[in-house]
Design a binder for this molecule. Structure first.
Ligand code: TNX
Length: 768
């Protein structure tokens, strides 16, 4: 069917282009893909300066958006008029009580005289308009646009189509948030989860507690990267209630509901810094400068603290009219409650008892959540909470947000609770989109490429058919520990939100990754029009590098998904058009990119191949690396490829609490005098430098003789590098076997891992 559609569009372009030069044809194959598109070979509708938008009175707002969208691209703005009987050159918006699947469903009918968008509700009209505006050719030289005649019927798969933003870890101004909302609109999303309080900053004005924003909205510094050092830059900001009401209206006009989150009773250091009496110890506290999970939480045994939470929720509900209020509940350590007389008294008063599944403090957390739920329900709303709510007794009407994978979602749906799926492994957009992280904006870590987002299926395995209805829909999250610039925020969002849109809107059988990439590529023209930064990986060259250790070469396969050809060069010599896989056998510098039909170049891929006397030689690991960081095994150390700063890239092996100990068989007696490798340093993730390095040699592989040994000092806490190069030289020696033993430290006293071993990560071992 797709092929027929393409053929018909093709004919239309031909017939039109012969008589009218500045005419271009619209393409209904947009993101997300409509459910049904059926085209005819009847004459198309032509949009031009004389086109008017006609609508019923209560669709005026939607008509305005359509006129804006047309003006944004083509520079002319259609007039908006009341509906008339005799229609010609009209885009007509109408509410009709027809047989639509739901309030967000719509129909577009196109003929020579009108484009008619109908729905039973304004929501559906709005999504019809979104589909139409995404079908426009984005080219401001065009004065006439041809819309192929036909019918589009469309409706969303999920009623909840969410996107989240953390404005606590980094503050973003209201105007930036509006742009973020605009991006959501373009992808048919309808729920905006605003994470507005956390340890690192309280961002919402609460009239009854002014110190929350006077003190709690500001921190005196921020952790630098993955180090243990801090900058001294004051960071913060907050939104007045008036600004937030304006934001609510802005979103509502665009058919998006804002769901505010007050994360309680943990992630509350900013509130504790403002009102220390709300904590178990009374402080002093400061607005947190680092990331992670703080042991200081709201005191659950303090009636004033409970009153505080309810007062805050009351003002929050007054600003945000949404059906749901998110009350957090994630990552609440029980340490303080265990030691707090008030919390222990509360446990007694409530008659809470530990059992074989949960501690008394777990049930104290359930008490806080249920109490807040009751309060919110008494005001006619419902709560959402993170899946930690399942660790204890789930509040009776709670909707569960499943973030630690999907299992929480399955468990909650089986208990007949509503669920929103935001599993971190598929839908966390704060994670990296590529393994080539040295060329990326610095991120919290993780690896969540666009293709993985696209592959996500929101109905998890393990649910019966009648339990599917509890899955309200999927949502992606952007936490902003490592995102301070709005441009970077957009880069993390786009184009992953395009993949998310199809997960949320389309049926599984409609999904086709490669087809989506083509449609998404077209959509980037709109991103450009609005000046939104987006990531281009999926439109660029993709390079697979596979060492063939047995045969002693490295195979390089290059591919691409969008139109154009692949061009590469070796050692910056001539550009060569790529035709077949390359075999690399010696040191060189390789570059490659996609050359697009319009002459533009995609992002350049660059890598160095670094061979030594050990390259492609048999290697044995005397100690096994950790199973999560074994990748292709020992070959990673002799495959001619150096690791980047990302220790998860597959080019590093990681050992935990053990020596990195390897023996390389040089296969013949060889003179050696130097060994080189890098260590990866990431103190936050417990990865340090080496306590000692030894080199031993042997002629038979049994008896080894030490030729080098050295101890090293632990790097100081303010070391900010990610790579730590080690180069060892010793008197030249002839040997067949060489053993390298790298010994790790334990985590030092000033570190959160004190008392535990540290990790050691090693990349390519060069022997010279
Ligand atoms: C976990 S998701 C958190 C956040 C962090 C995020 C970083 C959740 C409920 N808690 O506090 O920002 O990981 O990816």
């Amino acid at each position: 069917m797709k092929r027929i559609v393409v053929a018909i569009i093709g004919i239309t372009i031909l017939t039109l282009s012969s008589c009218q030069k500045q005419i271009e044809t619209a393409d209904y194959q947009v993101v997300p893909l409509p459910k049904e598109i059926s085209l005819t070979d009847k004459k198309p509708f032509i949009l031009d300066k004389n086109t008017v938008i006609e609508c019923q009175k209560d669709l005026q707002k939607e008509a305005d958006f359509l006129a804006d969208y047309i003006e944004d691209i083509y520079g002319f703005r259609p007039r908006i008029m009341d509906a008339e009987n005799d229609m010609n050159n009209v885009i007509y918006l109408a509410l009709e009580p027809n047989d639509f699947a739901n309030d967000e469903a719509y129909q577009i009918v196109v003929n020579e005289r009108v484009i008619k968008i109908t729905s039973r509700n304004n929501h559906g009209i709005f999504y019809g308009i979104q589909t139409l505006r995404k079908s426009f050719p984005v080219d401001n030289n065009v004065t006439k646009i041809a819309f192929p005649a036909g019918v589009i019927n469309d409706w969303p798969r999920f009623a909840y189509r969410g996107m989240h933003l953390d404005v606590s870890r980094h503050f973003f101004p209201i105007d930036s948030i509006k742009v973020y909302i605009d991006a959501m609109v373009m992808h048919n999303l309808n729920k905006f989860h605003l994470h507005i309080t956390d340890d690192q900053g309280w961002r919402i004005e609460i009239k009854k507690y002014p110190k929350l924003t006077e003190i709690g909205a500001w921190r005196s510094g921020t952790l630098i990267g993955k180090t243990m050092a801090y900058d001294t830059i004051r960071h913060g900001g907050c939104y007045t209630q008036e600004e937030l009401r304006d934001l609510v209206k802005y979103a509502e006009d665009r058919h998006i509901t804002i769901i505010p989150e007050i994360d309680l009773p943990g992630h509350m250091l900013a509130a504790l810094a403002s009102y220390p009496e709300l904590g178990c110890t009374g402080g002093p506290y400061e607005v947190w400068k680092r990331w992670g999970v703080s042991e200081d939480v709201i005191c659950a045994g303090n009636e004033h603290a409970m009153q505080f939470l309810e007062d805050v929720l009351l003002e929050v509900m007054d600003i945000f009219p949404s059906e749901y209020i998110h009350i957090g509940g994630d990552e609440v350590p029980r340490d303080r409650w265990k030691e707090c007389p008030k919390c222990q008294a509360k446990i007694k008063e409530l008659g809470i008892k530990a059992d074989d599944k949960h501690s008394a403090e777990d049930y104290l957390q359930s008490y806080v959540m249920s109490r807040m739920e009751q309060f919110v329900e008494n005001h006619g709303r419902h709560i959402i909470g993170w899946d930690e709510m399942l660790d204890g007794e789930l509040a009776p009407n709670a909707t569960v947000m499943s973030w630690r994978g999907s299992s929480g979602g399955v468990k909650a749906a089986k208990m007949h609770h509503n669920v929103i799926m935001t599993p971190n492994d598929y839908l966390y957009f704060d994670y990296y989109q590529t393994l080539d992280t040295d060329n990326e904006p610095f991120s919290i870590g993780g690896y969540n490429p666009v293709k993985k987002v696209y592959s996500y299926e929101p109905i998890p395995d393990g649910l019966d058919e009648d339990e599917h209805k509890y899955i309200l829909g999927p949502q992606a999250n952007i936490w902003t520990e490592y995102t301070s610039e709005f441009n970077v925020l957009l880069y993390r969002l786009l184009p992953r939100i395009g993949a998310l849109a199809e997960v949320q809107w389309c049926n599984p059988e409609q999904k086709d990754y490669e087809d989506w990439v083509q449609r998404e590529y077209r959509l980037t023209k709109l991103y450009k029009l609005y000046g939104w930064r987006y990531a281009t990986h999926i439109f660029d060259i993709d390079v697979r590098i596979t060492p063939n250790v047995k045969e002693g070469f490295i195979e390089v396969v290059m591919s691409k998904l969008v139109d154009g050809k692949i061009v590469y060069s070796i050692d910056n010599q001539n550009d060569i058009e790529y035709k077949e896989p390359l075999r690399i056998t010696e040191n060189c510098h390789l570059e490659g990119y996609v050359l697009r039909p319009d002459g533009s170049q995609g992002r350049v891929f660059r890598t160095d191949f670094d061979f030594s006397k050990a390259s492609m030689k048999p290697i044995v690991l005397m100690e096994q690396p950790h199973k999560n960081y074994t990748f292709n095994g020992a070959d990673v150390l002799i495959d001619g490829l150096r690791g980047s700063t990302n220790y998860r890239s597959g080019r590093w092996l990681g050992w935990y609490g053990k020596n990195a100990d390897v023996i390389i068989d040089l296969q013949e007696v060889t003179e050696v005098s130097t060994v080189k490798f890098n260590l990866n340093i990431n103190m936050k993730d417990w990865i340090f430098n080496a306590r000692s390095v030894k080199v031993l040699v042997s002629d038979d592989g049994d008896d080894f003789e030490e030729v080098f040994a050295q101890d090293f000092d632990l790097l100081s806490a303010d070391y900010t590098g990610s790579l730590y190069p080690v180069e060892i030289t010793f008197s030249p020696v002839n040997t067949r076997y060489i053993e390298i033993v790298i010994t790790p430290f334990d985590c030092p006293e000033c570190h959160s891992g004190y008392g535990y071993p540290a990790w050691i990560f090693v990349d390519e071992i060069g022997v010279y």
